[in-house]
Design a protein around this ligand. Structure first.
Ligand SMILES: [Fe+2]
Length: 200
C-alpha cells in the first residue's frame, strides 16, 4: 500500500486531536448546539461592546456617577463570561490553536482585570472627593483604559469561527459550565480575587 496515498473519504483529524464534525454533522457549517451557544456568546459581546462605548461617552462628558454604574455593569457582565471562557472554552481551543495562543487569550483577560480594577478606582475617585464630575485628566485616562479593552473584545468574538468546529460534547460542556457560573454570578473583580487561579 502506498503510504502517501490521499484519503478519499471525508477529512479526518489525527487521532491525538479532538474530532472535528464532518459536513454531515453540520447544517450550514454549524451544528445546532454550537449555533445556540454562539447566539449567546455574540449577545454577551454585543452587550459588553455597548457598555464600553457608553463608558467612553460617560468619561468624555465627565459624568462620574454614570461612569461608576457602567464600570460596575462591565464587571458584572465579564465575571461569568470570562469564567466560562477560561474553565470550558479555552481548554477546548488548545487542540486547535495550540497552548501559545490560548496563553495569550488568558493574558488578555489578565489585562482586562487590571484595567477594570483601575477603572473602578477611577470611577470611585469623584465619589470619594464628593465631586459631580471627573476632571479632564481622569477622563482621558478612563477613556484610554476603556479603549484598551475593545480589541480584546473583538478578538474574543472572532473565536466564534473556531467554536463552530468544536465537537458537540465540548459545546455541551461549555453550555453547562456557563449555566453553573451564571448561577454563582461572581463579578469580574470578585472572581479574580477569589476563585480564579491566575493572580493579577
Ligand atoms: Fe468573550
Amino acid at each position: 500500500m502506498n503510504p502517501f496515498a490521499t484519503h478519499a473519504g471525508p477529512r479526518r483529524v489525527e487521532s491525538h486531536m479532538s474530532p472535528v464534525p464532518t459536513a454531515d454533522d453540520l447544517e450550514n457549517g454549524v451544528s445546532a448546539i454550537a449555533g445556540h451557544f454562539l447566539e449567546t456568546f455574540h449577545a454577551e459581546h454585543r452587550a459588553l461592546r455597548d457598555l464600553l462605548l457608553a463608558l467612553i461617552d460617560a468619561f468624555g462628558k465627565g459624568e462620574s456617577s454614570r461612569a461608576r454604574r457602567l464600570v460596575a455593569a462591565v464587571s458584572a457582565l465579564t465575571g461569568p463570561h470570562f469564567r466560562y471562557e477560561e474553565e470550558a472554552l479555552y481548554p477546548g481551543l488548545v487542540p486547535i490553536f495550540g497552548p501559545g495562543y490560548v496563553e495569550k487569550l488568558l493574558a488578555d483577560h489578565d489585562d482586562t482585570i487590571r484595567n477594570v480594577r483601575e477603572l473602578t478606582e477611577l470611577a470611585d475617585l469623584a465619589l470619594r472627593n464628593d465631586l459631580e464630575e471627573i476632571d479632564d485628566d481622569q477622563a482621558a485616562w478612563g477613556i484610554e483604559l476603556t479603549r484598551e479593552l475593545l480589541p480584546h473584545l473583538s478578538d474574543c468574538d472572532g473565536l466564534s469561527i473556531m467554536v463552530e468546529t468544536l465537537p458537540e460534547d465540548d459545546v455541551v460542556h461549555l453550555l453547562a459550565t456557563r449555566d453553573v457560573v451564571m448561577e454563582t454570578n461572581l463579578d469580574l473583580l470578585t472572581w479574580a480575587a477569589t476563585v480564579r487561579g491566575r493572580h493579577v
